[in-house]
Design a protein around this ligand. Structure first.
Ligand code: ADP
Length: 378
């Protein structure tokens, strides 16, 4: 297969002319964040905020010429609004300042729709790694499926994609038409992992645009439809990648995972704050590794303390979504590629995940979701 290069793409884009200026998009400096990998191309077209959606035909034309190139397998172009010359630069040093700058809705901003045929996208997030976020995301998705909702799972954890291991997925996703990727299938779920698209042996520095393009591709260029809910296993923490996702994807809501330890709760607060700032509805906090249940005698022990997440949730005005016990069966099944919810649906551990899923489903059903924020992509 011909190895498509960024130069090929730029050459092709030179034939796309903005009629308002009678100049091509490359010469106008509109093409930003171009990424080409294995025939998958993504880039942004920068437009003035006031032009917003009127530039949609230009975006479509740009996608079309690139897709026609030899070796092009998929193309994702997004419109972004550039900052007015007089506006102050974003204060990168302060997360809060950055979030306010980036997340503030502005008139005329291009608005990103959710992936077609997907009714709701729910983020599972945590303020730090190792709290069981991926375990919760996997079992929540399976449990939602068991409740009768068609569910998908997107592993967006660029720092440590673990969904293939937890679902027992091997190989790479394929494409029928060379444009859209087919999600993989496991335990009744459609699933895809950013781990399938990156070479894990190669050290990768995921800078802003690369993270953006890879994640955008996984959301929009995968054949998800039809789906009631797409669960996104977010990268841990509250950095750029998280902000990118929270801003780019119209999230119906976010589930924050925390362990009972104080330090993790502090991190959970940061997670909450991030979603609040980006106007993503917060479904609530779930306490993972809540109570240790001895697999031999059933004795319960609160190794990390207990109830902290409930308290934090109450204090911060968020709902408490329940407790998941610390149990060896959860670790063994998720690390063995057979989530406990699928392997042993009648176990108390699976029931804990199902009751979480019921709460999330109720939130979705109740339309407990404000409209997605209109975000200007900087
Ligand atoms: P994160 O996504 O937050 O980094 P993971 O979901 O990868 O965390 O979980 C980290 C480890 O903890 C995994 O080995 C997982 O199997 C284990 N684990 C997560 N939740 C539980 C639980 N409730 N009981 C037992 N082990 C758990």
């Amino acid at each position: 297969m011909y190895n498509l290069t960024a130069e090929d793409v730029l050459t092709a884009l030179k034939s796309v002319v903005d009629p308002a200026k009678n100049t091509d998009v490359v010469s106008l400096g509109m093409v930003q964040g171009l990424a080409v990998k294995d025939g998958h191309v993504s880039f942004a077209l920068e437009v003035a905020p006031k032009d917003g959606r009127s530039k949609e035909p230009l975006r479509l034309a740009a996608e079309k010429v690139v897709l026609a190139l030899k070796g092009a397998r998929s193309v994702s172009a997004v419109l972004t609004a550039h900052r007015a010359a007089s506006a102050p630069p974003p204060k990168r040093a302060s997360l809060n300042a950055q979030m306010q700058t980036d997340a503030a809705p502005r008139a005329g901003a291009p608005e990103r729709q959710g992936p077609p045929g997907v009714k709701a996208v729910v983020a599972v997030a945590s303020g730090k790694g190792g709290v069981g976020k991926s375990t919760v995301a996997v079992n929540l998705a399976v449990a939602l499926n068991q409740l009768g909702l068609s569910a998908g799972l997107l592993d967006a954890d660029i720092y440590g994609p673990s969904i293939p291991r937890m679902l027992g997925l091997t190989g790479k996703p394929t494409s029928k038409d060379g444009k859209k990727l087919q999600p993989m299938q496991a335990w009744g779920l459609k699933a895809i992992s950013i781990g399938s698209l990156i070479d894990e042996d190669q050290p990768m520095i995921w800078r802003g645009p690369m993270v953006m393009t890879a994640l955008t591709q996984l959301i929009y260029d995968v054949e998800w439809a039809p789906l009631d809910v797409l669960v996104v296993d977010m990268p841990p923490g509250t950095g750029d990648a998280q902000l990118t996702l929270a801003q780019r994807v119209p999230l119906a809501g976010a589930v924050i995972v925390s362990t009972p330890q104080d330090i993790a709760l502090i991190d959970a607060r940061k997670g909450l704050a991030m979603f609040k700032k980006t106007h993503v509805p917060i479904f609530g906090i779930v306490e993972n590794m809540s109570t240790f249940v001895c697999p031999n005698c059933g004795h319960e022990e609160h190794i990390f303390g207990h109830g902290g997440a409930r308290e934090t949730a109450t204090k911060l005005g968020a709902d408490f979504l329940g407790e998941i016990p610390l149990h060896i069966a959860i670790r063994e099944t998720s690390d063995g590629g057979t989530p406990i919810t699928a392997r042993d649906p009648q176990s108390p551990q699976a029931k804990a995940f199902r009751s979480l899923a019921e709460r999330v489903a109720a939130k979705l059903e109740a339309g407990d979701t404000r409209p997605a924020p209109r975000i200007v992509i900087e």
